[in-house]
Ligand binder design. Structure first.
Ligand SMILES: Cc1ncc(C[n+]2csc(CCOP(=O)(O)OP(=O)(O)O)c2C)c(N)n1
Ligand SMILES: [Mg+2]
Length: 329
């Protein structure tokens, strides 16, 4: 593979994946300790997300993410402390001030738009932003993510079709982790690759190994360049595996065999990245241990920060959902 990224960038990408993994693991523990109400995990998806993030101009381009995008968010500058505020429903949560479910991201300073719980609604938002960019003559790009199951939603087709007709600067990422909660890909679509749906929409569709951060980066880089230079949208499918259950409220033992999970764990994206960087001579066992120690400290700090942060004031419960001027008849 012909990816020439500076050494510091490769190490930074690894660090973000590692930090995401350790934060995510802590979120599961916090849930089991009864300290948070809900968690939905990015474990197994880290490489696809960091590969996508580094292919755009962060802070300049627009992002319409979905709930599994913790690593993408960290790469965009979302902090571990902010993540803990969101998990714990605290006032300082940048997405909603503690009102929305955790992992329903938005981050104004990073051009991450607010995300709604019905799946695939972000697809039409992304198409709309793409249209605005085109009408204004800007050279920005939008990336949007969605799970493979959510591409069965009418809204997904409508958004992608609109962007295809108008050749808008949007990259539509399909994160194919084989399951939509308990529903496997074959029960959800008749095409082998989710990216094959591009054919019927008149777009290029590419499948990438989403367990390999550089493979994903390479595919995304081309799609983003195409969008930025007026070449229109691309559908990029990231083939990954959801190593954890769907969410903290799901028991995946009821619908998938343990052997399958174990088999995919052999291609854990974090281990693959570490092996690759070790082979290139960029990481050593000592360096990995140092990064692990740093991640532990950052996670500890974030948890302490989150636990000591205030909850939203009860008087503010309706804000900003309802205008304060609204009067009841
Ligand atoms: C319109 C709508 N229908 C159902 C749900 C409930 N729901 C939340 S996540 C999910 C599964 C989505 O699976 P997929 O798109 O493959 O993403 P993944 O969770 O696997 O990353 C479902 C059905 C929802 N949020 N919105
Ligand atoms: Mg899925």
């Amino acid at each position: 593979m012909d990816v020439t990224l500076p050494e510091e960038t490769l190490l930074e990408m690894y660090w973000i994946m590692l930090l995401s993994r350790r934060l995510d693991e802590r979120a599961w523990a916090l849930h089991r300790q009864g300290k948070i109400a809900f968690h939905i995990s990015a474990i197994g998806h880290e490489a696809a997300q960091v590969g996508a993030a580094y292919a755009i101009r962060r802070g300049y381009d627009w992002i319409a993410p979905y709930y599994r995008d913790l690593t993408l968010m960290l790469a965009l500058g979302y902090t571990p402390r902010e993540f803990m505020l969101s998990l714990m429903g605290k006032k300082g949560d940048p997405s909603s001030g503690g009102r929305q479910m955790p992992s329903h991201w938005s981050l104004k300073r990073a051009n991450v738009i607010s995300h709604s719980a019905p799946v695939a609604t972000q697809t039409s938002h992304a198409a709309g932003i793409g249209l605005a960019i085109k009408l204004r003559g800007e050279d920005k790009v939008v990336i949007t993510t969605v799970g493979e199951g959510s591409t069965s939603q009418g809204e997904w087709y409508e958004g992608v079709n609109w962007a295809a007709v108008h050749q808008l600067p949007v990259v539509f990422i399909i994160v194919n982790n084989l399951y939509a909660i308990s529903v496997r890909q074959e029960q959800q679509m008749a095409v082998r690759n989710a990216a094959d749906k591009a054919l019927g929409l008149g777009l290029p569709g590419v499948s990438a190994d989403g367990m390999d951060f550089l493979a994903m980066y390479q595919v995304m880089k081309e799609a983003v360049e195409r969008a930025r230079s007026g070449g229109g949208p691309t559908i990029v499918e990231a083939k990954v595996y959801r190593i954890t259950p769907h969410s903290s409220d799901d028991d995946d033992r009821s619908y998938r065999p343990r052997e399958e999970v174990e088999q995919f764990k052999q291609r854990d994206p974090l281990s693959l990245a570490r092996q690759r960087l070790e082979k290139e001579g960029l990481l050593s066992a000592q360096k990995v241990a140092e990064l692990e120690q740093r991640a532990k400290e950052v996670v500890e700090d974030a948890v302490r920060f989150g636990e000591s942060a205030p909850y939203p004031d009860p008087e503010e419960a309706a804000y900003p959902v309802y205008a304060e001027e609204v009067r009841h008849a």
